[in-house]
Design a protein around this ligand. Structure first.
Ligand code: SF4
Length: 632
């Protein structure tokens, strides 16, 4: 079929979900009457190399290593200096060995070039006049390689790049470095790309005057980002589902639908977390109306028969708690499963509402359990608020995705031992994925204001100079991930105890059932089941005064004030005894003069058993496939 515009999603990307950005552009172009087709070339690649290997590369390798880009780099041009290439390859080899991922060098040597040729042929068969590449994560080199082959096949095709890897100076550097790129959108392109298509294909307006793009002889600065998100069309994922169905192992894929209810961050707009790589324009918070979000979820479910959704939002809009979550909770669908990034200060009622609405997993940006380190990163929450959220999520059955960041300038080294000491008390709460060294991302305060915030020797990670044959100044513009030395950061030795404690914590959550610290009310007291390592005994009884004090500390509260309040009802001696009992049994955590109960109330699970994974999933392979040898 002929398409005037072909939008491409290049490898390496997960097969489990389409790109929301490309889906939105497809819908916007189609709405203006353009003949547009989206080619999910990442699906073709996954089909060729095997779904398991594709998912390992896309989802289980650190973003800053750019392994997917490394696979396609030779198809783009000469590599960078030998020293950089050697160091990058050493890092990749070590990572692949650690993760047990095999067959990747063969993809680079034997699969990448024929794949690129076939992809270009597939694109050119549509006889397009515009080919757009949306690049995020590890898609840049494959996009550049395919674009080069497309231009070689038909130099009249206009190649347009956009997406997160093109924002700000990165887009300008791509255009300067690679002749196969004709135009780059350096920010949001919801209306600019369709305007460009109108100009190039229909002569409506001046293509070179459209804001937010760079081209070989010039460019126009970005427009202010789109304010009214209700103007953004519902993404068109039809091509994704058509092409997904053609995979040899399509029946293994349980896809998820990405959707967008807001952009930017209402917290970061006021207090940009120091590590967060949202750029100055992108951080401006904008939300769709609640009515529109509900319509979109409903429309996507009806179109695709899928109730697994992952929100692309950086943070849940406060207005959507009542406006979206409450109506969803009031009309429950058995299978609905949503993922949202949230702020960790959601209270108990709000967390319960999310669970009732079908939210099954959240990413609350916990990042640390040290008040000092949370303050350094300007996170706007403290340890007890983080723990309250984790406890409430355990109570209501919500999954929590988080990790411990380390490596901040001036962080107190003893904070890591303090966190290690806390771990045995909170073994019943969802563990982190691990300890993650702080990365310097472009646009983050840590990068933009590196010297003042305590970073020295800041430079792009080695992957960029290994992959691109370009001068250092261009590499510095191309890069999103940087490395540097944080002055006064804790050393590896300071992390040892915490690493051990987290490993034990995670191991306990891999047992048949995670450890419990759960209570049931028994008359005016509580019967507590404690399966943590620090448990004095598995079953313990708390009398009325202790139960009353624990109830008063469901939210972080002044410990002395809570004891006084209990004393009014139960007497001073009983209240004092209650405090000692809760402390001795490790049922409360105290920071300064504030305390929080760790006790999870039983019987309050709200996430429905059997809810699907909001990110989708890949079923295990039933029988050996003939394709397995391709990547071995
Ligand atoms: S890390 Fe999260 S909360 Fe902080 S500024 Fe970025 S998006 Fe906002």
């Amino acid at each position: 079929m002929r398409a005037d515009i072909v939008l491409c999603s290049a490898p390496v990307m997960s097969v489990l979900r389409p790109s929301v950005g490309i889906g939105v552009l497809h819908a916007a172009l189609a709405a203006r009457g353009h003949r547009v087709e989206t080619l999910h070339l990442n699906l073709d690649f996954a089909n060729l190399v095997g779904l398991d290997l594709n998912e390992q590369l896309a989802e289980q390798t650190p973003a800053h290593l750019l392994i997917g880009d490394w696979v396609f780099a030779r198809c783009v041009g000469r590599p960078g200096p030998a020293l950089a290439v050697a160091r990058h390859e050493r890092e990749i080899t070590a990572l692949l060995a650690r993760r047990g991922i095999g067959g990747v060098p063969r993809l680079r040597e034997a699969v990448a070039a024929p794949f690129v040729a076939a992809a270009a042929e597939k694109i050119l068969a549509r006889r397009p006049r515009i080919v757009g590449f949306g690049t995020m994560f590890q898609q840049t080199m494959a996009s550049l390689a395919i674009a080069k082959a497309v231009k070689a096949g038909d130099p009249s095709v206009v190649v347009v790049f956009g997406g997160a890897n093109c924002h700000g100076p990165m887009g300008s550097a791509l255009l300067r470095t690679y002749r196969q790129v004709d135009r780059v959108f350096t920010g949001e392109a919801d209306t600019a790309f369709p305007d460009l298509a109108d100009a190039l294909l229909r002569g409506i307006g001046d293509a070179d005057a459209i804001a937010g793009q760079l081209y070989r002889d010039g460019g126009v600065p970005d427009d202010p980002p789109l304010r009214k998100l209700d103007q953004v069309p519902i993404p068109d994922y039809a091509d994704y589902f058509t092409q997904l169905a053609m995979l040899d192992e399509a029946d293994r894929v349980a896809p998820s639908l990405p959707f967008e209810s807001s952009r930017g961050c209402w917290w970061g707009q006021k207090h940009h977390c120091t590590f967060c790589g949202l750029n100055a324009e992108g951080i401006v918070f904008r939300a769709k109306s609640s009515r529109r979000v509900l319509e979109e979820l409903s429309e996507l479910t009806v179109r695709h028969g899928i109730d697994r959704f992952s929100a692309t939002d950086n943070i849940l809009a406060p207005a959507h708690i009542d406006g979206v979550m409450r109506p969803l909770a009031a009309a429950p669908a058995v299978a609905r499963s949503l993922f949202y990034e949230i702020k960790a200060n959601l209270n108990e009622a709000q967390t319960a509402l999310l669970a009732d609405a079908g939210v099954t997993q959240v990413q609350p940006g916990i990042e640390s359990l040290s008040d000092d380190i949370l303050a350094i990163m300007r996170k706007g929450v403290d340890t007890l608020l983080n723990l309250r959220l984790m406890r409430n999520c355990r109570e209501f059955g919500l999954g929590v995705i988080w990790s411990i960041l380390h490596g901040f300038p001036g962080e107190p080294a003893h904070a890591y031992d303090a966190m290690a000491a806390l771990v045995p008390l909170i073994e019943h709460l969802p563990p982190p994925t691990g300890l993650s060294p702080l990365r310097l991302d472009r646009f983050s305060p840590n990068f933009e204001d590196a010297e003042r915030l305590g970073f020295v020797e800041v430079r792009p990670v080695v992957a960029y100079s290994a992959l691109h044959d370009a001068p250092a100044a261009v590499i510095a513009d191309l890069a999103y991930f940087f490395e540097g030395r944080a002055k006064g950061a804790a050393g590896e030795g300071d992390l040892l105890r915490l690493r051990g404690a987290v490993a034990t914590w995670k191991a306990r959550w891999e047992e048949e059932a995670p450890p419990a610290l759960v209570f049931a009310r028994v008359e005016r007291g509580m019967l507590v089941k404690d399966e943590r390592t620090v448990a004095a005994s598995e079953l313990q009884y708390l009398g009325p005064a202790s139960a009353a004090l624990a109830d008063r500390l469901r939210n972080p509260g002044h410990l002395g004030g809570a004891v006084e309040a209990v004393a009014k009802e139960h007497g001073a001696a009983a209240a004092d005894g209650a405090m000692r009992e809760l402390l001795d049994r490790h049922f409360i955590v105290v920071r300064g003069d504030t305390a929080l109960s760790l006790l999870v109330e039983g019987g309050r699970r709200r996430v429905r058993a059997g809810s699907g994974n909001p990110f989708g999933g890949l079923a295990p392979r039933a029988a050996p496939s003939a394709l397995a040898g391709v990547a071995s």
